[in-house]
Design a protein around this ligand. Structure first.
Ligand SMILES: *[C@@H]1O[C@H](CO)[C@@H](O)[C@H](O)[C@H]1NC(C)=O
Ligand SMILES: *[C@@H]1O[C@H](CO)[C@@H](O)[C@H](O)[C@H]1NC(C)=O
Ligand SMILES: *[C@@H]1O[C@H](CO)[C@@H](O)[C@H](O)[C@H]1NC(C)=O
Ligand SMILES: *[C@@H]1O[C@H](CO)[C@@H](O)[C@H](O)[C@H]1NC(C)=O
Ligand SMILES: *[C@@H]1O[C@H](CO)[C@@H](O)[C@H](O)[C@H]1NC(C)=O
Ligand SMILES: *[C@@H]1O[C@H](CO)[C@@H](O)[C@H](O)[C@H]1NC(C)=O
Ligand SMILES: CC(=O)N[C@H]1CO[C@H](CO)[C@@H](O)[C@@H]1O
Length: 491
């Protein structure tokens, strides 16, 4: 852990030569800070899970929402949804390909495209039903597809050249012959396995864009590396509103998100689209193992009372946070959210000083969503007005001030997570977000709120001493100039 003095120097810069801050730092006394201060919050909103972090490249791979959305026919064939021969109980629908002449098949554009580079090697699989002795061209290989059973086929793809951009589709084709009916399900494609690239200049090898830690059914490597770089101390999953669904049968039900993909029926999430649940509890647990040394389980509070006693009786070590700041039950912690304007964040620097001590609070969602008012009046966000599309420095620095106000209340604040985590630039409802991305990893870009979190998360304070510039006893009228110091080139 970095001692306070170094950290203070890293965060406190001088605004030119106009303001000087003299720090004298005592290394005794002071209040302990929370070891969990900087975490991450993930919610599948606007394709940040399916189509984002979850590395599956095929959209609507198993027709879970009951439509053929994203699929189109090739070679004059007809595509229909078929339920006569379920692949499994969880995946009852498949696509039936009929008619057409010569080479027929089906096509999928992925989630706003598929990144195709010559150096990549992809791996995938699909199930087929129907007698066939020919070859499918996804890659060339002989298949043994049989008449009255589902057969799984695994394949690898190695592009012969790179595409100009990531607006590419996946096509699965075969020769129609006399066969008039053929079914497919769980048509899946994952990013390359291991890619080694040698730089012609440095002759150094780099490995890139396989699934993170090379896990099957894994996560996008570029996005996970951005998260790992934050050294988060906890992970808040799976939401956000998305844990609830919009009505009861659609709640996130972890038991339906484990097991082989053929057992995952998926569900309609809160943010208008179907969640495949390929990114399920098992995958979340791997994620937690990868990044964390502490853990957090978050449950919706409307059933807090019901859940609390049952969970605590069985798992006394689990600490339970309710998902609202208004409601608390027994020893539960609270989850407080603030999406607002820069000046309002700054005005709330002392917000938690006024809350009672010893109540663990997670600031489970925060972020600047609008600019300051034109009149200069300090106002909270206007939920009727549009949100900023991008974060900006005024907002991010204001968030830093707010975080320092939280950090100095280590007896109240357990941890903080910026939200939302990801912005899929081809499809988003909420801005601004921490990390923007598209199908092409070269587009992955952290927002200016990212370097705000990184130094704090990397060099966690253990004790906030009495003479820290953001300790409680700092006179409110004393000028403290806070500038962010960012010596890193953020790609
Ligand atoms: C299925 O998904 C597509 C695209 O995500 C959407 O347009 C359609 O409304 C969904 N249909 C149902 C029945 O959920
Ligand atoms: C992607 O390609 C499709 C046609 O395959 C085209 O309609 C669409 O405009 C393209 N999108 C972009 C962003 O280039
Ligand atoms: C959750 O999923 C399991 C397994 O699919 C099922 O048995 C159970 O009824 C579901 N619970 C709810 C509340 O939907
Ligand atoms: C908010 O401020 C940023 C940075 O000054 C500016 O680029 C953006 O246009 C502003 N947004 C609105 C909605 O005024
Ligand atoms: C937002 O809109 C609602 C209903 O349209 C209205 O009642 C409310 O006063 C508006 N809020 C602001 C801040 O304008
Ligand atoms: C330590 O916490 C107490 C209680 O919140 C507060 O009164 C005191 O000023 C804090 N000390 C520092 C150095 O922040
Ligand atoms: C799939 C999905 O939720 N798409 C939404 C993402 O955000 C855009 C912009 O707000 C909406 O138009 C889409 O419906």
């Amino acid at each position: 852990m970095m001692p306070l003095s170094l950290r203070a120097l890293a965060l406190l810069g001088l605004a030119g030569a106009t303001a000087a801050v003299t720090l004298s730092v005592a290394n005794t006394g002071g209040n302990a800070t929370s070891p969990y201060m900087y975490g991450i919050m993930f919610e599948d909103i606007n394709q940040s899970g399916d189509g984002g972090l979850y590395a599956e490249l095929i959209r609507n791979r198993a027709f879970q929402n009951g439509t053929l959305d994203s699929w189109s026919a090739v070679g004059g064939a007809t595509l229909t949804l078929d339920t006569s021969t379920p692949l499994s109980q969880a995946l009852p629908r498949s696509v039936k390909v009929t008619g057409g002449k010569g080479t027929v098949g089906l096509k999928n554009p992925g989630y706003s495209g598929i990144d195709v580079k010559q150096t990549n090697k992809y791996s995938g699989s699909f199930y087929s039903y129907g007698a066939y002795g020919g070859s499918f061209t996804v890659s060339l290989y002989q298949v043994q597809s049989v008449a009255h059973a589902w057969t799984q086929h695994k394949y690898e793809l190695r592009p012969i050249k790179s595409a100009a951009n990531s607006n590419n589709s996946f096509v699965l084709e075969f020769h129609s012959g006399k066969k008039t009916e053929f079914k497919f399900n769980l048509i899946s494609l994952f990013p390359p396995t291991l890619i080694r690239e040698r730089s012609p200049l440095t002759l150094r090898d780099t490995f890139r864009y396989q699934t993170y830690k090379n896990r099957p059914n894994g996560m996008r490597r570029d996005l996970m590396e951005k998260l790992a770089d934050l050294k988060p101390s906890f992970l808040r999953i799976p939401g956000g509103n998305n844990i609830e669904g919009d009505f009861f049968p659609n709640v996130w039900n972890w038991t339906a998100t484990v097991g082989p993909l053929t057992d995952r029926r998926g569900r309609l999430g809160t943010w208008t689209y179907y969640n495949t649940d390929g990114l399920g509890l098992v995958e979340y647990m791997h994620w937690a193992e990868d990044h964390l040394w502490g853990g957090l389980d978050s449950y919706k509070s409307y059933r807090l009372r019901l859940f609390y006693d049952v969970i605590k009786a069985k798992y006394p070590d689990i600490f339970i946070f309710s998902s609202t700041a208004e409601y608390m039950y027994k020893e539960s912690g609270r989850d407080y959210h603030l999406y607002t304007r820069p000046d309002y964040f700054v005005s709330q620097f002392d917000q938690f000083d006024r809350w009672s001590a010893g109540m663990p609070i997670i600031i489970g969602e925060y972020g600047t969503i609008q600019n300051n008012t034109l009149t200069g009046k300090v106002e909270d966000a206007d939920w009727n007005a549009t949100k900023n599309q991008w974060s900006n420095w005024i907002g991010s620095v204001a968030e830093a001030v707010y975080l320092l106000g939280a950090e100095r209340n280590g007896d109240r604040i357990w941890g903080t997570t910026f939200a939302p985590l990801f912005q899929n630039l081809n499809s988003y409802q909420w801005a601004s977000d921490l990390i923007a991305f598209t199908a092409d990893p070269a587009d992955t870009t952290p927002s200016v709120s990212y370097p705000i979190i990184k130094p704090g998360a990397k060099a966690k304070l253990t004790v906030l001493s009495a003479d820290s510039p953001w300790a409680h006893n700092t006179p409110q009228n004393k000028d403290v100039v806070i500038t962010t110091v960012n010596n890193e080139v953020i790609p």
